[in-house]
Ligand binder design. Sequence first.
Ligand SMILES: NC(=O)c1ccc[n+]([C@@H]2O[C@H](COP(=O)([O-])OP(=O)(O)OC[C@H]3O[C@@H](n4cnc5c(N)ncnc54)[C@H](OP(=O)(O)O)[C@@H]3O)[C@@H](O)[C@H]2O)c1
Length: 303
Amino acid sequence: MKWDQQQVNDQAGKRFLITGSNSGIGYEAAKVLAGKGAEVIMAVRNQEKGRLAIESIMKQHPKAQLRQVELDLSDLNSVTRCVDTLIAERKPLDVLINNAGVMMLEKHTTSAQGHEMQWATNHLGHFALSSGLLPLLQMSTQARIVTISSLVAKMRMAKIYYEDINFEKSYDKMATYAQSKLANAMFAMELHRRLQQLGSSIISVAAHPGYTATNLQQHMGLLGVVLNALFAQKMAMGALPTLQAATDSSLHGGTYIGPMSMANYRGYPGINSWPDAANDAQQCQRLWQTTESILGRPFFHFA
Ligand SMILES: NC(=O)c1ccc[n+]([C@@H]2O[C@H](COP(=O)([O-])OP(=O)(O)OC[C@H]3O[C@@H](n4cnc5c(N)ncnc54)[C@H](OP(=O)(O)O)[C@@H]3O)[C@@H](O)[C@H]2O)c1
């Protein structure tokens, strides 16, 4: 059976937070979930873009329960402010979707705290956000954390470059993106292991959208335009792995969802294999400890 939007069941009464949901896959997922009755918090860095995204979804789903919260994942102070705002509301969060991302920034750029921008946005920010929102996820009886990785995480250049984790000695825009997306997969899998060890009811799963035409390819120039026209699938298809990972009640923690056709680049979603490093508990523990030491606090500080 193909897993399409029809498989997303009624989401009334459930509360989702999706990072980077003003465009691309996050926007599509927000639209579908809101249309199925979910309350969706759109965590976005640009409030005007967030407002326009909400307006656009409301045109299709006038009864949608949508709001935005300000979040710049590349700035750990912004992550703290976002967490503090939501924690103060004391409302259960059922699903956190770690979706936002930047890819292949042309020049070496640093975040507010001085970390390389793709590493800071894609990995560090989501690690800190997931940790901060744990108390709200613990208030839900069926909580899950969905982290979006990429096929890039299986490429040969995808590794954690411990000797130059911020790419200060030598910047390679593809390698740093690959590092960050591998870290997303390793984080999701290690989080699954640790939640299980703690006996938590929260589950951690991951997804990737294959190759989907979005704003993500904006730094690829003409190559991005050509590849998108020839190979990319549409956003509605690209959002299906995220939607399955976020809503399919038959999934267990530690599952990785992605397209099932053309070497996982396209098609309807299903269970994919993890990048090797995500299956290697020792490598994941090293990444986890390194990230905790960069952030200066343990992930489970509230648990
Ligand atoms: N498209 C693909 O083929 C593909 C393949 C593999 C993996 N992915 C992954 O899929 C996810 C979604 O990407 P997409 O393809 O939908 O790209 P997209 O259309 O560019 O969406 C990315 C979203 O992330 C937001 N974002 C970027 N930096 C942020 C920050 N510092 N703080 C908060 N939000 C930030 C963007 O906000 P702005 O609008 O303000 O920039 C945008 O809303 C990413 O994790 C990406 O790595 C995509």
